[in-house]
Write a protein that binds this ligand. Sequence first.
Ligand code: ADP
Ligand code: ZN
Ligand code: ZN
Length: 729
Amino acid sequence: MQAKLGAHVKQVIQVLVHLPAHSQMGSALSYWSEQAPAPGSLVRVPLGQRELLGVVWDGPAAAAQLPEPEKLRPLAGVLDGIAPLSAAWRQLLEFSASYYQRSIGEVVLAVLPPQLRELSAVQIGRRLKRQTLANAPPTPTAPDCEPVALTPEQSQVLAEFEQDRKPGLLFGATGSGKTEVYLQLVQRLLARSPQAQALVMVPEINLTPQLEARFRARFAPRFGQQALVAMHSGMTPAQRLHSWLAAHSGAARIVLGTRMAIFASMPSLQLIVVDEEHDPSYKSQEGARYSARDLAVYRAQLEGARVILGSATPSLESWHHSRPDGGRYTRLTMASRVGRDASPADGQARLSAQPDGLPQVRRVDMNHQPKHCVFSPPLLEAIAQRVARGEQSMVFLNRRGYAPVLHCRDCDWKSECPHCSAYRVFHKIDRTLRCHHCGFTEPVPRACPACGNPDIAPMGRGTERLEEHLAELLADVRRPNTASASKPEGEPVRIARIDADSTRLKGSLEAQLAQVHAGDIDVLVGTQMIAKGHDFRRITLVAAVNPDGALFSSDFRAPERLFGLLMQAAGRAGRDAGMGSQSEMWLQTFHPHHPLFAALKRHDYPAFAQQQLQERAQAAMPPFSYQALVRAEARTQDIAQGFLSAASAAATTTALAELLEHVSLFPPVPMSIQRIANVERAQMLVESGSRLALQKFLGAWQATLQAQRTQPAGRGLIRWAIDVDPLSI
Ligand code: ADP
Ligand code: ZN
Ligand code: ZN
């Protein structure tokens, strides 16, 4: 659009700025500009008294209101040292905002490095100059990366992946050499094309240093230190800007990061790796609740790049998508651990499959152990033996993150929902049992409805003080005394606990891990935190003391998460060559014959997945249906639920009713953690057999939800938000 104002020809351009989530202002604002910067350009614009960072936009979201020309203000400036964001990047952001039901302005500005927003154009110009100087291309003196002798499985997987164009799901046991496959893929890509960029994602900041070191060792000698940058929330704002500019300019060939890295601007992106693809950390829990794993697949398709997802225990979604008969992904399998023969005759490490390299799984039937014991005598005995031999044990708790289900220890009754294949959750606040699926609610019974036992309790109770308890039980056990011969009887056991509480201080996790690695700890007690990624070489026993809670959880994904965690924990044991076959994983359970444990004993993820997918298909749960949660927070539970009910009722009476033919709205329920800091929280499930129908409905319903805020039902409401593809319900 052009108009003559005075003597100049000026153009109206649309600019995204950071506006509140459900802003009714529309996402893009209009400004006058004489230069008409290209879409994707970074600009500074006046808004009220402030000057903000904005992005010139041209997508559907920019077709916003066009106010009267004379009211428009001019752009304050263009950051012309930075190339415009690409059309593909803009489309990725359009998709993310619309799929996860947030405003495009919010999402775009939130994924740009904070310093871009804060620094002035002059300051950014200075940064750019410094960085360009530092980016002098590396002298290509170094020879090609050293060739690695691949295992037959690795070669096979690489060949298969390079043959087709589909996303790959690399299903590889812990230690099967998945990281080496990623390294090879990146290496081949960089060798093929002088511009190509690769994005490698890991679920947690803790896992980045190890991986970064491996990538640096491989690629820095040939491509320079600048060729690899990290991107995660543990970096300083200055570091983040540096990495972002390096990726955006193409100087960085490899970007290694956590979920936020999926939004890195990479003009020549050709490969995306998502390691530990099943990890819930890939799903954002605030703002736009995006799944970086799912966006990786979308982005690869958008940019014509390849994508590979890797895991020893894939998400059931990805497993299902890679089914051999007609799945959208290609399944690539590496079943054996990379083994190295300790005394090879020819001086070369011999690679061999080690089917016995995984720990033996032992199930303790708690029905035959002393009543209410936390540690069964055989497990205690096994731990004591390891201590005496100078080996390490890991006691693993999964008490966190599961909504409590009531349980009778005498007859095994559990608080099932009579209407759903789900367990009702115990809500302590009003002593009710509620189904988080259909909303069915009853007061907590005084005694077990099946046998009359008055002692019914949430499953998994009693593990809180486990560390102290264990110290008492092991008080008489001695570890071998290596430091001095003056105490031949040995020293007391050393127990350490690692969980969210013990690692709150910066650096304390690293310090504790160092103690474990140094062999100063005999028994390590902890939550899922210790099951992930850390390489504890001297651990020969891993024990899950109370895994049953996840078998009977209100959350249908709990068994999947438990299986993944236990497999991962088992992978911690006996990583040292030769120790694998002697190491053990102990499970204390009242359900030793549960199919999950049977599959675990055989290290058989495919069997577990098949059984779970069958159950999910029968119950029409994801991946056979699609879900979204609408959450509301208010001063009282009534207000939170009332808001959701009203929005639900409004949907059935308006034009939306037609879309509801393929979408089910369930009644609102309090969230498992019902109250936080005096704010009451409620949620409501929306389900559909069609992703498209769900998307259409949610998109149209937004306005209705927003309108409810100003209705009587919205009075006292603090906030509401939609979570598409939620990971827990
Ligand atoms: P994963 O990522 O599947 O757990 P890694 O890639 O970390 O497995 O490999 C496990 C171990 O085996 C590492 O110490 C790695 O250096 C080694 N390794 C992997 N592939 C090879 C290979 N082709 N030759 C020799 N050692 C290898
Ligand atoms: Zn009972
Ligand atoms: Zn129900």
